[in-house]
Design a protein around this ligand. Sequence first.
Ligand SMILES: [Zn+2]
Length: 100
Amino acid sequence: MKGSEISRWIQMTEVQIKRAISKVVTDRAKTGVCLHCESTAKKRGLCSKHYEQFRRAKAAIPRSEQADWEVEQIRDGKVLNGLQILEIRSTNVFSERSAS
Ligand SMILES: [Zn+2]
């Protein structure tokens, strides 16, 4: 496990997610649990049910406002962005790659 990379990632994440909720969000994301319930996270840190709710809520918003709305949800720790998911997966012990 590359501890320095993980802590660097957590620092980066804390810039994007409100401080008070960032620990909960990163802990949940790392363990693969949905941000809103105890189900397994499938996409963007959400289980199937909550991802569907996210997707439907986003679709109900005018297209020009969707990006801003999504950033707001990410800042509130309600959903992860795609990059965060990739970074979280890279810290999974089962997918750990040897240090270069
Ligand atoms: Zn859920």
